[in-house]
Ligand binder design. Structure first.
Ligand code: 1HE
Length: 260
């Protein structure tokens, strides 16, 4: 891909999937400002023809979270600006052009977990473990974690993680909803790529409805939700892409739903 990224990130393309790798393994993929700005740039410039993004990481760990070495001299105002930078960036992931799959392994902690939580589908390898060490560092989540994580695992579990510093295993994370796929070590990238390619093959309007509209409906009062659902479902089914796909099924040219 032609965009210029910092050395802590690597981008490549596999068909309709754009791949973004955290590539700062020496610092356990700690997220410094340069990396966050690079992630922002990547998600702001997704080329036409890309239907999904895969986020993965090099080295033994997905991400050690915020780069703690950049934190010590920051005042209150700079702290707010920094947190807002993360918010803007992760919003571009969550409410961006295409769905995003994350592959997690090793430490997925602090801001690393916030990054993963802003993606739409999460695949965990068995080596993955999750923690929010902010409590023990005297800080607080700043990358949208307090908005996104309670929606995944509940306020009580997030409180427990932050107050006690406990670590959850990959199996526990799978049971509580931090991941929706759990695979053996070394298989996460292939699984993530397979899922991203499948997502990229969906009708773009359906992917938009699922990633942009569904979460808003889920946050609405039910009566607004029902109205929004009727609107988006009628918009989606009126699209040519839907007509083509429905015709293909009725003419027995499209795959059936199968057991796993
Ligand atoms: C780092 C960071 C970092 C490692 N910032 N430099 N995050 C944390 O509190 C997690 C802190 N990190 C760890 O607990 C461990 O590093 C790991 C469990 C992730 C990995 O352990 P290990 O033994 O493989 O690596 P290491 O020897 O601890 O670290 C290797 C190098 O990475 C070392 O630097 P070196 O120059 O001495 O080689 C570490 O200093 C460096 N490193 N993690 C900076 N986080 C928007 S708000 C979000 C708030 C948060 O994310 S708070 C959570 C912060």
């Amino acid at each position: 891909m032609a965009i210029e990224l910092p050395g802590s990130l690597k981008a490549e393309r596999d068909g309709a999937v754009a791949i973004l790798r955290l590539a700062r393994a020496g610092k356990r993929n700690a997220l410094d400002d340069e990396t966050i700005i690079g992630i922002d740039k990547f998600f702001s410039t997704i080329p036409d023809g890309v239907g999904a993004v895969l986020v993965a990481a090099e080295g033994e760990h997905f991400s050690a979270g915020l780069d703690l070495s950049e934190l010590s001299e920051r005042g209150v105002t700079e702290g707010i600006e920094h947190s807002r930078l993360w918010h803007r960036t992760f919003e571009k992931i969550q409410f961006g052009k295409v769905p995003v799959v994350a592959v997690m392994h090793g430490a997925v902690v602090g801001g690393g977990l916030e990054l993963a939580a802003s993606c739409h589908v999460r695949v965990a390898e068995r080596s993955a473990y999750y923690a929010l060490p902010e409590g023990s560092r005297g800080i607080f989540v700043g990358g949208g974690g307090s908005v996104r994580l309670p929606r995944l695992i509940g306020v009580a579990r997030m409180m427990d993680m932050m107050l006690t510093g406990r670590t959850y295993s990959a199996e526990e994370g799978q049971a509580m909803g931090l991941s929706t796929y759990l695979v053996e070590d070394g298989n996460g990238f292939a699984k993530g790529l397979e899922l991203a390619a499948r997502i990229a093959g969906n009708a773009p309007l359906t992917n938009f409805a699922v990633t942009h509209v569904l979460p808003r409906i889920a946050e609405s009062d039910p009566s607004a939700g029902f109205a929004m659902e009727s609107l988006i479902s009628s918009v989606a089914q009126a699209d040519d892409e839907a007509k083509t796909r429905l015709r293909a099924f009725l003419e027995k040219r499209a795959p059936k739903v199968t057991r796993t």
